[in-house]
Design a protein around this ligand. Structure first.
Ligand code: GLU
Length: 466
């Protein structure tokens, strides 16, 4: 690739499951690289594995990308809709002699494999049907549909300068003439990837390192097609908190699970950005900063380890600075799922303002604001502990004062203080029982702020129900 080619990256998930954290990171890096270079980010759905691909999985991927805000510039392209194109290229390769028909039956292949294994050799196709100058090919057996094999170079090696792993080399002797079209004419995985990367003029392939073994085959195919070879960056895998390969055991497998668990997409993106990439010691940064900083040089070749504590910390930071209106939209949805309406209660944005620097996820935020919208019921234990005779008497007095107080935090704080003093109590001896009555729990942000946000009517109503 010449450096002047406009950068084109792609994310090419197989829709066989959710968009998981590893896929999301691959998507983020591909997206950011395109953005960084004013390039184009392509979304391609690799759905040729018809047995495992489902429309629901496609939707889950699109939903996950949308939730994260990783917008593609082109696509989604579906490989199943490109079958005609693959057939054309296969035909061209047959005509050019870079691919050939192979009529070896399954039994023959099995036998070949058994012999190779007996000799302790790596099972590989023996080139029986590979045309060579002067070679006489076997007689084509009747009624056998051939597969199409790629004529892989036999000599030398495939080398690429991986942007993450450095120089990678595979001897061509290790790669056999792999099948590019099955007997029923359907193209195979590596072939479709190559035709697509070529047609979509992809300049940078950023993907998981589980594809390293496919890369030499793909490079040989691209070369046979006369296509430019893109740059490759193979991202190391992500390990779970426990250092084991990230798997379903680690709970949050789908990106959308993070939504359910109360994470802000911005926090998840920030977290993913640091998963195997760094910019000095920066931990907290915006996507604008990330795009401005992102490069392939600072991707670590070693595996990145997931750290839930760090994600939680980041999420708390993002919630703290988030716009109250934006948080309110989210919390409203969470409360509605619990059957709680915020229409009649205090202004949700103000309630959120009281709590947003005290929580680490949006479910905790919903939990915290919940008692503002339904009558809170403290447990019997809490009531017995805090609503003593003395406390009740103080709350009755307080209700009277509040009935005519100026509804403003400072005055409300003074009202609580004065009532306590008049009863010979310390302020917490009134404020804590007041919290138990209002919120069903003994802790809350500053009581004057809580009272102010609640509003007179609701405070008096709850005190009356004492
Ligand atoms: N479809 C492949 C996957 O989901 C990715 C192929 C690629 O990025 O080249 O693992």
């Amino acid at each position: 690739m010449t450096t002047s080619s406009p950068v084109r990256t792609r994310f090419a998930p197989s829709p066989t499951g959710f968009l998981h954290i590893g896929g999301a990171r691959t998507a983020l890096f591909s997206w950011a690289y395109a953005r960084r270079h004013g390039g184009t980010f392509v979304l391609r759905i690799e759905d040729t594995d018809v047995a495992r691909s489902t429309p629901a999985a496609v939707q889950a991927i699109l939903d996950g990308m949308q939730w994260l805000g990783l917008a593609h510039d082109e696509g989604p392209f579906y490989q199943m809709q490109r079958m005609e194109r693959y057939k054309v290229v296969i035909q061209q390769m047959l005509e050019a002699g870079t691919a050939y028909h192979c009529y070896m039956s399954k039994d023959e292949l099995d036998q070949l494999r058994a012999e190779q294994e007996a000799r302790k050799e790596k099972p590989r196709y023996n080139g029986l049907w590979r045309p060579e100058p002067g070679k006489v090919l076997p007689v084509i057996p009747p009624s056998v549909e051939p597969v199409v094999r790629f004529r892989n170079p036999v000599e030398g090696s495939v080398v690429w300068e991986d942007q993450v792993k450095g120089r990678v080399e595979f001897a061509n002797a290790e790669l056999d003439d792999f099948i590019i079209a099955r007997a029923d004419g359907t193209p195979t995985y590596n072939f479709c990837v190559v035709v697509d990367d070529c047609d979509m003029a992809i300049t940078h392939v950023i993907r998981g390192d589980d594809h390293v073994n496919n890369t030499p085959r793909q490079i040989n195919l691209l070369t046979a097609l006369g296509a430019p070879v893109p740059s490759y960056a193979h991202l190391s895998m992500i390990l779970g908190d426990d250092g084991q390969k990230l798997s379903k055991r680690h709970g949050a497998v789908s990106v959308m699970q993070y939504d359910d668990d109360g994470y802000l997409p911005a926090a998840v993106l920030n977290y993913l950005a640091r998963l195997g990439w760094s910019h000095g010691d920066d931990e907290l940064f915006s996507m604008e900063q990330f795009v401005a900083w992102f490069d392939l040089d600072h991707i670590t070749a070693s595996a990145a380890q997931f750290n839930t504590e760090k994600l939680n910390w980041l999420n708390a930071q993002y919630i703290k600075v988030a716009d109250n209106a934006q948080l309110a939209t989210d919390v409203h949805r969470r409360l509605a799922q619990r059957g709680v309406s915020t229409v009649a209660g205090p202004d949700l944005e103000r309630v959120i303002g009281l709590y947003k620097d005290r929580v680490s996820n949006l479910n905790e935020l919903a939990d915290a604001v919940h008692p503002f919208y339904v009558m809170a019921h403290a447990s019997e234990d809490l009531r017995a502990q805090h609503l003593t005779e003395v406390a009740r008497a103080a709350l009755v007095d307080l209700a009277q004062v509040l009935a005519s107080a100026t509804w403003q935090a400072t005055d409300l704080g003074n009202a609580v203080k004065e009532t306590a003093k008049a009863q010979g109590l310390k302020m917490p001896q009134v404020a804590i029982p007041l919290r138990v009555v209002l919120l069903g729990q003994p802790q809350s942000p500053a009581i004057d702020a809580v009272l102010e946000v609640f509003g007179r009517d609701e405070v008096l109503r709850r005190l009356q129900a004492l």
